[in-house]
Design a protein around this ligand. Structure first.
Ligand code: ADP
Length: 504
């Protein structure tokens, strides 16, 4: 039951209970202590007052009366003389009465709120409690000593009800004020918690509307301020940013995949329709089948790349990291790519001159320069890393196509921190600055036409591109805790730099 209460209510209830408990305990203690202090105090006062008053009474005979007469003093005829009661004698002060009685309990002077019975007379030589007509008193009696004073008693009576009047008044006010104060502070607690928790309600409301409305672009907006809820809202908003971006990427990805697959499928369909309806000779059929085959290969390539990506993402392509001789790996990839290029671009030899000297080369040519020291070892998954290097090198060839120039592959071992760097530079068409950041995104192509033209017609090292190569390279490099960067100048060339740690 309590568990299901809102935090706001829990805080207010807890606050109220502890507040009232605190107050009652404090009040209780104050009263108990106050009462005991008052008790001790009144007893002391009673004794002190009666003792002090005893000093103010003197017996005078008639001859002494004239000498001792002082204005303000009281004179009572007593035992053939006079009792002089000094004006300092206090018959009532601070709830304490003092009276003078003779041994027959006749009141000679002063006031007494209690009348004692014969058996109670002069038995209170220490301060004692007494209940008289339902009221509580302390009583203290003391016999006077001195010339002609024997047989006289001073009786002090302190009224407890009069003495505790102040305490009672305080209690009365406290009882009146406590509920008011409690109500005020509970109200305050309620307002503060309500205000403090208002952002939580906003967060819930925004999160609900985001999840129910599928509007991932909505964000939680809180009124100005800076508390835990703002920090929470910020992290929620950051999470929504990431979700939104992932969702957008997913949407973009699906649309890109469909788009990439639509072109080869339409080409295949057009070619099939054409050959079914129009083809007359075996040559027509062959041509159509070749086009269909090319498109089929392009689709196969795209699908295998996509599969590779999804395996990487789902962790189904586990890394098999082992110490790998990068020098040999990179060299063999260079050999492969160079061979593919040469096969696609045979040297043109003049019929008049069959020797292969430089003068006889007519077509633009790309030369591969290698700066690869021996035995550079690094912990990599050779299959994946090789795939990344192949991609970069084949791009270098692809985007230098039709130009004369060099492609340089250099492998460097760097210290502090110990790492390996691979540079692949070309003197090809380059990449405009504004595209540099995006070329690593999936399906991003600077200008699809410049690859598309090659994709269909090339039988060279360059594969039909769909803009997936570099994003795959980056993914692989990141899996190796490495980084990749690019520098490029349109028309001058491009350099990709891959850096991986030299040790795990
Ligand atoms: P693609 O399949 O189009 O080659 P990539 O992901 O490999 O896809 O490359 C993305 C884009 O980056 C390419 O469309 C191309 O325009 C550009 N690019 C990549 N490598 C180079 C390079 N060496 N020189 C010039 N442009 C390049």
């Amino acid at each position: 039951m309590i568990r299901n209460l809102s935090i706001k209510k829990k805080i207010v209830i807890w606050f109220t209970i502890t507040f009232l408990l605190n107050l009652s305990v404090m009040m209780g203690l104050t009263f108990v202590i106050g009462q005991s202090v008052f008790d001790t105090d009144i007893k002391t006062q009673l004794r002190v007052q009666v003792d002090a008053n005893a000093e103010e009474i003197e017996f005078l005979n008639s001859s002494e009366l004239e000498e001792e007469y002082e204005k303000g003093d009281q004179f009572l005829e007593y035992n053939k003389g006079y009792l002089e009661i000094d004006d300092d004698f206090c018959d009532y002060i601070n709830g304490i009465y003092t009276c003078l009685v003779d041994s027959d309990n006749n009141l000679l002077y002063g006031e007494a709120p209690v009348r004692l019975t014969a058996d109670q007379l002069f038995t209170h030589t220490v301060v004692e409690p007494l209940t008289y007509q339902g009221e509580k008193y302390y009583i203290y009696e003391r016999q006077l000593h001195g010339h002609n004073l024997e047989g006289l008693w001073l009786r002090g009576v302190a009224s407890l009800s009069e003495g505790t009047y102040l305490l009672q008044t305080i209690a009365h006010w406290v009882l009146l004020l406590v509920p008011v104060m409690a109500a005020l502070s509970v109200l305050g607690a309620y307002i503060i918690t309500r205000r403090s928790f208002a952002p939580a309600e906003k967060i819930i409301e925004a999160a609900d509307s985001i999840s129910s409305g599928n509007d991932l672009s909505r964000r939680i907006e809180l009124p100005k301020g800076r508390n835990e809820f703002h920090t929470m809202a910020d992290s929620y908003n950051r999470m929504f940013d990431r979700l939104d971006a992932a969702f957008q990427r997913e949407k973009q990805f699906t649309s890109d995949v469909s788009h990439e697959l639509r072109t080869p499928v339409s080409v295949i369909l057009t070619q099939s329709e054409f050959s079914l309806e129009m083809a007359e000779s075996e040559e027509d059929y062959r041509e159509a089948l070749e086009v269909i085959q090319q498109q089929g290969l392009k689709m196969k390539d795209l699908i295998s790349q996509l599969l590779f990506f999804s395996r990487l993402e789902q962790g189904r392509e586990p890394l098999q990291i082992a110490a790998c001789n990068l020098s040999s790996l990179v060299s063999s990839i260079c050999d492969e790519q160079e061979a593919l290029y040469t096969a696609a671009h045979p040297l043109y030899v003049s019929p008049a001159d069959s020797s292969l000297d430089r003068e006889s080369i007519k077509a633009p040519r790309l030369l591969l320069l290698r700066q690869i020291p021996d035995d550079v070892i690094a912990p990599v998954d050779s299959r994946l890393f090789g795939r990344a290097v192949t991609n970069l090198l084949s791009n270098a060839y692809k985007y230098s196509e039709g130009k004369n120039g060099y492609i340089t592959v250099s492998l460097l071992q760097l210290e502090d921190p110990s790492r390996i760097q691979l540079h692949i530079s070309d003197q090809g068409i380059g990449i405009p600055k504004e595209h540099l950041e995006k070329i690593f995104d999936r399906f991003y192509q600077v200008d699809p036409s410049r690859t598309a033209s090659q994709a269909g017609s090339d039988s060279g090292p360059a594969e039909a591109g769909a803009g997936l190569g570099l994003s795959m390279v980056r993914e692989i490099v990141h899996l190796h805790n490495g980084s990749i960067s690019v520098e490029s100048r349109p028309g001058e060339g491009t350099t990709f730099t891959v850096t991986v740690p030299a040790a795990l």
